[in-house]
Ligand binder design. Structure first.
Ligand SMILES: Cc1cc2nc3c(=O)[nH]c(=O)nc-3n(C[C@H](O)[C@H](O)[C@H](O)COP(=O)(O)O)c2cc1C
Length: 190
């Protein structure tokens, strides 16, 4: 698959089977991430590969966050809410959590650190697709919650930037939908 085809045909695949994914395949996907452009070469990406029971680490974090701020976390109705949140982490056989740990070097601009990691995620999605697998980049409010940082040993200034749920697709490829690039483009020639 050439690069143009990969870019055009990649879609978010939210439903995958529980068929295990080979370690080498996951390593190949992460290897593609670290070749993203990165100003000052700070390498601000960190990857947490969650498989099997390891997905419980994310599940527990989602459950804790679902109950954050709740008065009586042990009430039965909250137990259901927590379990529903926990189960989300098990929607694919492997989840790669991708975090940005911005450099505190004085010559580094913080937003560029997040930009580099976002670019790394796109590399991962394209590689996953080119390998014939499916993935979706999931975030939501819990992703950016301080308890998520705490669960993964991240500093307050770090950010979890997404969870890549990947596996063998268990759905037909959705139709891609985008406006014409020309409608978003201004040509300035003089
Ligand atoms: C930063 C970011 C966060 C996203 N978070 C979610 C998410 O939480 N849940 C989800 O189903 N999709 C999420 N997506 C995927 C988008 O919904 C998806 O890319 C969009 O619907 C376009 O579909 P496509 O990827 O198939 O082209 C996210 C995408 C980005 C870039």
């Amino acid at each position: 698959m050439n690069i143009q085809e990969a870019i055009r045909t990649r879609r978010s695949i939210g439903k995958v089977t529980q068929e295990p994914i080979a370690k080498e395949t996951i390593e190949q996907i992460i290897e593609s991430a670290v070749w993203a452009p990165n100003h000052r070469l700070t390498e601000p990406w960190r990857f947490f590969v969650l498989g099997g029971d390891g997905r419980g680490k994310l599940g527990d974090a989602l459950a804790r966050i679902a109950l954050a701020g709740v008065e009586d976390a042990n009430a039965p109705e909250h137990a259901e809410k927590a379990e529903a949140a926990r189960k989300k982490a098990f929607r694919s056989p492997v989840v790669i959590a991708v975090a940005a740990v911005p450099s505190d070097r004085h010559d580094v601009i913080e937003i560029e650190e997040f930009g580099a990691v976002h670019a790394a995620v796109q590399n991962m999605l394209l590689t996953t697709h080119a390998l014939g697998l499916g993935a979706v980049w999931r975030t939501g409010e819990p992703c950016y919650h301080s308890l998520m940082n705490e669960s993964f040993g991240l500093r307050p200034q770090d950010k979890m930037l997404g969870f890549i749920y990947l596996g063998v697709p268990d759905m037909t490829l959705p139709q891609g939908k985008r406006s014409d690039a020309a409608s978003k483009t201004t040509w300035i020639d003089a």
